[in-house]
Design a protein around this ligand. Structure first.
Ligand SMILES: C[S@@+](CC[C@H](N)C(=O)[O-])C[C@H]1O[C@@H](n2cnc3c(N)ncnc32)[C@H](O)[C@@H]1O
Length: 208
Protein backbone atom coordinates (compact mmCIF):
# COMPACT_ATOMS: atom_id res chain seq x y z
CA UNK A 1 0.00 0.00 0.00
CA UNK A 2 1.58 3.29 -1.14
CA UNK A 3 0.17 6.26 0.73
CA UNK A 4 1.18 9.88 0.41
CA UNK A 5 3.58 10.79 3.22
CA UNK A 6 1.69 12.27 6.13
CA UNK A 7 3.94 14.45 8.22
CA UNK A 8 1.55 14.32 11.14
CA UNK A 9 1.56 10.49 11.29
CA UNK A 10 4.58 9.73 13.49
CA UNK A 11 4.07 12.67 15.92
CA UNK A 12 0.39 11.73 16.27
CA UNK A 13 1.20 8.02 16.79
CA UNK A 14 3.74 8.97 19.46
CA UNK A 15 1.05 10.91 21.36
CA UNK A 16 -1.44 8.02 21.12
CA UNK A 17 -1.55 5.88 24.32
CA UNK A 18 -2.64 2.84 22.27
CA UNK A 19 0.62 2.89 20.28
CA UNK A 20 3.88 1.48 21.59
CA UNK A 21 7.22 2.55 20.10
CA UNK A 22 9.28 0.72 22.76
CA UNK A 23 7.64 -2.70 22.45
CA UNK A 24 10.91 -4.66 22.84
CA UNK A 25 10.85 -3.86 26.56
CA UNK A 26 7.57 -5.81 26.87
CA UNK A 27 8.95 -9.11 25.55
CA UNK A 28 7.76 -11.92 27.84
CA UNK A 29 5.55 -9.50 29.82
CA UNK A 30 2.66 -8.77 27.50
CA UNK A 31 -0.02 -10.10 29.86
CA UNK A 32 1.30 -7.68 32.51
CA UNK A 33 1.03 -4.87 29.96
CA UNK A 34 -2.63 -5.78 29.40
CA UNK A 35 -3.05 -6.39 33.14
CA UNK A 36 -4.89 -9.70 32.65
CA UNK A 37 -4.28 -13.35 31.75
CA UNK A 38 -6.32 -13.33 28.53
CA UNK A 39 -5.02 -14.67 25.23
CA UNK A 40 -3.13 -12.32 22.91
CA UNK A 41 -4.09 -12.25 19.23
CA UNK A 42 -1.81 -10.55 16.70
CA UNK A 43 -2.76 -8.96 13.38
CA UNK A 44 0.14 -8.49 10.95
CA UNK A 45 -0.33 -5.64 8.47
CA UNK A 46 -3.24 -3.91 10.22
CA UNK A 47 -3.27 -0.97 7.77
CA UNK A 48 -5.98 1.52 8.75
CA UNK A 49 -7.17 -0.74 11.57
CA UNK A 50 -10.75 -1.63 10.65
CA UNK A 51 -10.24 -5.29 11.58
CA UNK A 52 -8.34 -4.93 14.85
CA UNK A 53 -10.55 -2.14 16.16
CA UNK A 54 -13.77 -4.10 15.55
CA UNK A 55 -12.27 -7.34 16.87
CA UNK A 56 -11.14 -5.58 20.06
CA UNK A 57 -14.53 -3.93 20.50
CA UNK A 58 -16.41 -7.23 20.00
CA UNK A 59 -14.06 -9.48 22.02
CA UNK A 60 -13.22 -7.73 25.28
CA UNK A 61 -11.96 -11.01 26.81
CA UNK A 62 -9.06 -11.16 24.30
CA UNK A 63 -6.04 -8.86 23.99
CA UNK A 64 -5.14 -7.66 20.49
CA UNK A 65 -1.88 -6.35 19.06
CA UNK A 66 -1.76 -4.93 15.53
CA UNK A 67 1.46 -4.22 13.70
CA UNK A 68 2.25 -2.35 10.49
CA UNK A 69 5.40 -0.60 9.31
CA UNK A 70 3.37 1.89 7.27
CA UNK A 71 2.81 4.70 9.78
CA UNK A 72 0.81 6.68 7.19
CA UNK A 73 -1.89 3.96 7.49
CA UNK A 74 -1.37 3.03 11.13
CA UNK A 75 -2.17 6.57 12.22
CA UNK A 76 -5.82 5.92 11.25
CA UNK A 77 -5.82 2.60 13.13
CA UNK A 78 -4.61 4.58 16.15
CA UNK A 79 -7.50 7.03 15.84
CA UNK A 80 -10.02 4.16 15.67
CA UNK A 81 -8.67 2.51 18.85
CA UNK A 82 -8.57 5.83 20.67
CA UNK A 83 -12.13 6.73 19.65
CA UNK A 84 -13.44 3.32 20.76
CA UNK A 85 -11.57 3.66 24.08
CA UNK A 86 -10.81 -0.09 24.05
CA UNK A 87 -8.44 -1.27 26.79
CA UNK A 88 -7.61 -4.57 25.08
CA UNK A 89 -5.69 -3.41 21.99
CA UNK A 90 -2.28 -1.95 21.16
CA UNK A 91 -0.55 -0.97 17.91
CA UNK A 92 3.14 -1.36 17.11
CA UNK A 93 4.75 0.52 14.19
CA UNK A 94 7.16 -2.28 13.30
CA UNK A 95 8.24 -4.63 10.53
CA UNK A 96 7.08 -8.24 10.98
CA UNK A 97 10.75 -9.21 10.66
CA UNK A 98 11.21 -7.87 14.22
CA UNK A 99 8.42 -9.87 15.87
CA UNK A 100 10.67 -12.34 17.66
CA UNK A 101 12.41 -9.40 19.38
CA UNK A 102 9.05 -8.33 20.80
CA UNK A 103 7.17 -11.52 21.73
CA UNK A 104 8.28 -14.77 23.35
CA UNK A 105 5.80 -17.61 22.61
CA UNK A 106 3.03 -15.34 23.87
CA UNK A 107 0.67 -15.25 20.89
CA UNK A 108 -2.37 -17.54 20.58
CA UNK A 109 -3.54 -16.47 17.13
CA UNK A 110 -2.15 -14.57 14.13
CA UNK A 111 -4.30 -12.89 11.48
CA UNK A 112 -2.83 -12.00 8.08
CA UNK A 113 -5.43 -10.09 6.07
CA UNK A 114 -4.88 -9.15 2.41
CA UNK A 115 -1.14 -8.71 2.65
CA UNK A 116 0.78 -7.62 -0.44
CA UNK A 117 1.01 -10.68 -2.78
CA UNK A 118 4.43 -9.71 -4.18
CA UNK A 119 3.90 -11.62 -7.47
CA UNK A 120 7.43 -11.58 -8.91
CA UNK A 121 9.72 -14.47 -7.98
CA UNK A 122 12.44 -12.16 -6.69
CA UNK A 123 9.86 -10.50 -4.37
CA UNK A 124 8.46 -13.70 -2.83
CA UNK A 125 10.64 -13.44 0.25
CA UNK A 126 8.77 -10.26 1.21
CA UNK A 127 5.46 -12.16 1.43
CA UNK A 128 4.19 -12.32 5.01
CA UNK A 129 3.57 -16.07 4.56
CA UNK A 130 7.03 -16.81 3.13
CA UNK A 131 8.84 -19.57 5.09
CA UNK A 132 11.31 -16.97 6.37
CA UNK A 133 8.39 -15.22 8.13
CA UNK A 134 6.78 -18.51 9.22
CA UNK A 135 10.00 -19.36 11.07
CA UNK A 136 9.74 -16.02 12.91
CA UNK A 137 6.07 -16.69 13.78
CA UNK A 138 7.02 -20.06 15.29
CA UNK A 139 9.15 -18.18 17.83
CA UNK A 140 6.25 -16.02 19.03
CA UNK A 141 3.37 -18.52 18.88
CA UNK A 142 2.19 -20.64 21.80
CA UNK A 143 1.65 -24.38 21.41
CA UNK A 144 -1.60 -25.26 19.56
CA UNK A 145 -1.96 -21.72 18.25
CA UNK A 146 -3.69 -20.66 15.03
CA UNK A 147 -2.71 -18.64 11.94
CA UNK A 148 -5.53 -17.35 9.77
CA UNK A 149 -5.04 -15.99 6.25
CA UNK A 150 -7.40 -14.06 3.97
CA UNK A 151 -6.48 -12.86 0.48
CA UNK A 152 -7.94 -12.01 -2.92
CA UNK A 153 -4.86 -13.29 -4.81
CA UNK A 154 -5.06 -16.89 -6.06
CA UNK A 155 -1.38 -17.44 -6.90
CA UNK A 156 -0.28 -15.98 -3.58
CA UNK A 157 -2.86 -18.14 -1.80
CA UNK A 158 -1.78 -21.38 -3.47
CA UNK A 159 1.89 -20.61 -2.81
CA UNK A 160 1.06 -19.80 0.81
CA UNK A 161 -0.72 -23.14 1.34
CA UNK A 162 2.52 -24.80 0.26
CA UNK A 163 4.66 -22.59 2.50
CA UNK A 164 2.55 -23.50 5.55
CA UNK A 165 2.63 -27.20 4.73
CA UNK A 166 6.40 -27.20 4.08
CA UNK A 167 6.97 -25.36 7.37
CA UNK A 168 5.09 -28.00 9.39
CA UNK A 169 1.79 -26.21 10.07
CA UNK A 170 -1.35 -28.38 10.22
CA UNK A 171 -4.06 -27.39 7.75
CA UNK A 172 -7.43 -26.90 9.50
CA UNK A 173 -9.52 -25.12 6.87
CA UNK A 174 -9.15 -24.01 3.24
CA UNK A 175 -11.88 -22.12 1.41
CA UNK A 176 -11.51 -20.62 -2.08
CA UNK A 177 -14.72 -18.61 -1.78
CA UNK A 178 -15.22 -17.53 1.81
CA UNK A 179 -18.70 -16.23 2.52
CA UNK A 180 -19.48 -13.70 5.23
CA UNK A 181 -20.85 -15.88 8.02
CA UNK A 182 -22.48 -14.60 11.18
CA UNK A 183 -22.17 -11.32 13.03
CA UNK A 184 -18.62 -12.08 14.21
CA UNK A 185 -17.17 -11.95 10.68
CA UNK A 186 -15.18 -8.73 10.14
CA UNK A 187 -14.71 -7.43 6.59
CA UNK A 188 -11.40 -5.54 6.34
CA UNK A 189 -10.88 -2.34 4.32
CA UNK A 190 -9.19 -4.17 1.43
CA UNK A 191 -11.63 -7.05 1.62
CA UNK A 192 -14.61 -4.77 1.04
CA UNK A 193 -12.98 -3.48 -2.17
CA UNK A 194 -12.51 -7.02 -3.51
CA UNK A 195 -15.98 -8.15 -2.46
CA UNK A 196 -17.52 -5.15 -4.28
CA UNK A 197 -15.76 -6.41 -7.44
CA UNK A 198 -17.00 -9.98 -6.82
CA UNK A 199 -13.48 -11.32 -6.41
CA UNK A 200 -13.70 -14.57 -4.35
CA UNK A 201 -12.02 -14.27 -0.97
CA UNK A 202 -9.56 -17.06 -0.24
CA UNK A 203 -9.36 -18.17 3.42
CA UNK A 204 -7.15 -20.65 5.26
CA UNK A 205 -6.58 -21.63 8.87
CA UNK A 206 -3.55 -23.51 10.20
CA UNK A 207 -2.49 -24.88 13.57
CA UNK A 208 1.03 -24.70 14.96
C1 LIG B 1 -2.78 -4.43 1.40
S1 LIG B 1 -2.66 -3.80 3.01
C2 LIG B 1 -4.00 -4.60 3.87
C3 LIG B 1 -4.43 -3.84 5.08
C4 LIG B 1 -5.53 -4.51 5.92
N1 LIG B 1 -5.05 -5.74 6.53
C5 LIG B 1 -6.78 -4.79 5.14
O1 LIG B 1 -7.10 -5.98 4.90
O2 LIG B 1 -7.47 -3.83 4.76
C6 LIG B 1 -1.23 -4.69 3.65
C7 LIG B 1 -0.60 -4.03 4.86
O3 LIG B 1 0.48 -4.87 5.32
C8 LIG B 1 1.56 -4.03 5.70
N2 LIG B 1 2.81 -4.81 5.66
C9 LIG B 1 3.33 -5.42 4.57
N3 LIG B 1 4.50 -6.03 4.88
C10 LIG B 1 4.71 -5.78 6.21
C11 LIG B 1 5.75 -6.14 7.12
N4 LIG B 1 6.81 -6.85 6.72
N5 LIG B 1 5.66 -5.74 8.40
C12 LIG B 1 4.59 -4.98 8.80
N6 LIG B 1 3.56 -4.62 7.99
C13 LIG B 1 3.63 -5.01 6.70
C14 LIG B 1 1.51 -2.89 4.70
O4 LIG B 1 2.18 -1.73 5.16
C15 LIG B 1 0.00 -2.68 4.55
O5 LIG B 1 -0.52 -1.70 5.44
Amino acid sequence: MRLRKKHFAIPELKENPKVDFEAKENKGHWQEIFNNKSDIYLEIGSGKGGFISQMAENNKDINFVGIDFETNALVYAGRKLKDLEVENARLLPINAEKLSEIFDNEISKIYINFCNPWPKNRQHKRRLTHPRFLEIYKKILKKDSIIQLKTDDLDFFNDSLKYFEDSGFEKLEVDYDKKIEGEDYIVTEYESKWRERNIPIKFAKFKF
